[in-house]
Design a protein around this ligand. Structure first.
Ligand code: MC0
Length: 148
């Protein structure tokens, strides 16, 4: 079902400061920056490697407001790992398979994610306390256009 870890999402208060830290300390390249109004975040993708069906990244997330998912997480837990995202071949098909196993989906249909992907979240309480994201990466051509 899972092809690779697509990204680790890290919640932070100051996106620019965290980009500087991660890119300088670990020599990671920022390949995309985006504001995702629907998810309430300003984010950056730092490339680690390429794998089956897409890449692997660190995703840095700054909330657009205190009452967004990442804003609430920061208030409750402070900065740190917010979610783990797995690459899947077909997000709609994977959602149906997981739903049939009784794990709660937080999205009824795929939503727009980083680098042109289609994404859906699973409830952390049903996945051992880990907010889990399914990612169907964009086609290689589409992703190349999104990477700066
Ligand atoms: C909350 N909980 C978490 C959690 N957030 N556990 C692990 N990891 C997290 N990130 C826990 C709470 O501590 C609480 O546990 C329980 O889940 C229920 O929380 P809640 O009171 O309902 O809290 P809410 O209202 O903050 O909702 C949590 C929920 C929400 C996960 C349902 O954040 C959500 O729908 N997230 C999915 C969308 C999202 O996160 N978007 C931002 C990333 P206790 O034990 O205290 O009851 S967007 C993104 O990443 C995109 C751009 C992309 O990847 O492309």
């Amino acid at each position: 079902m899972f092809m690779r870890i697509d990204h680790i999402g890290i919640a932070c208060h100051d996106l620019e400061a965290k980009i500087a830290f991660f890119s300088e300390t670990f020599e990671l390249e920022v390949v995309a920056r985006e504001v995702n109004e629907e998810q309430g975040v300003k984010e950056a993708m730092l490339h680690i490697a390429d794998g089956e069906g897409g890449g692997s990244y660190i995703q840095l997330l700054e909330p657009l407001s205190d009452d967004s998912p990442v804003g609430k997480f920061l208030a409750r837990r402070g900065e740190g790992v917010h979610h783990v995202a797995f690459g899947v071949r077909d997000v709609t098909e994977t959602m149906a398979k997981i739903d049939a196993k009784g794990v709660r989906l937080l999205d009824e249909r795929p939503r727009h994610g980083s680098l042109g992907s289609q994404i859906a979240f699973l409830h952390p309480k049903d996945v051992g306390g880990m907010l889990t994201e399914l990612v169907q990466a964009a086609s290689p051509d589409e992703m190349a256009k999104k990477r700066s």
